[in-house]
Design a protein around this ligand. Structure first.
Ligand code: ZN
Length: 171
């Protein structure tokens, strides 16, 4: 499945306001806000995830709404719904420490690791295929939540110049 964008609506506008304020209040920046909104919209508007009750949120993650989600999408949805739940219960939120990310070449889980291993010096975190160095696919991350910038890309050489990093959301 894919999280899809839909048309503007008053409910979507209020989700946007809540999310934007809550992120600002918790100093969570350098994230893909548009993607957060799409996920919030899908879970809260389309699937009616109940952010008021933690028990009902648990039920949501056992429901058919999430049956077609990948582990990566589930991790993203859990984080976004936690943000709304925290907002509802007047609690602070922490930045996301990372999500399950898989190599699209060999299907292994990727490890969140300092980019020093590839670049020789640190340029922030990357998801590196756990099959490294047999498979040297990796991808950079958004600094604010450690979500991957796109899918893992392979480089057939020892050290990758930063310009070669493939990204669907350059930041
Ligand atoms: Zn791999």
């Amino acid at each position: 499945m894919r999280f899809r964008k839909s048309f503007k609506s008053p409910v979507k506008e209020s989700l946007k306001k809540i999310l934007s304020k809550h992120l600002q209040y918790n100093n969570i920046t350098n994230i893909d806000f548009e993607q957060y909104l799409i996920i919030a919209e899908y879970c809260i508007i389309k699937c009616q995830a109940n952010i008021f009750s933690n028990t009902e949120l648990k039920t949501f993650f056992q429901s058919e709404h999430v049956a077609n989600m990948s582990q990566t999408q589930l991790d993203k949805a859990s984080y976004i719904l936690q943000l709304f739940s925290d907002w509802k219960h007047d609690k602070r939120s922490e930045k996301c420490r990372g999500i399950a990310t898989f190599c699209n070449y060999c299907n292994n889980l990727a490890t969140l690791i300092d980019s020093k291993i590839i670049y020789g010096s640190s340029k922030g975190n990357i998801y590196l295929c756990s099959n490294y160095p047999s498979c040297n696919a990796y991808v950079g991350v958004h600094k604010g939540d450690n979500w991957p910038l796109g899918t893992l890309a392979v480089y057939y050489g020892p050290i990758l110049p930063p310009i070669m990093v493939q990204s669907s959301h350059p930041s």
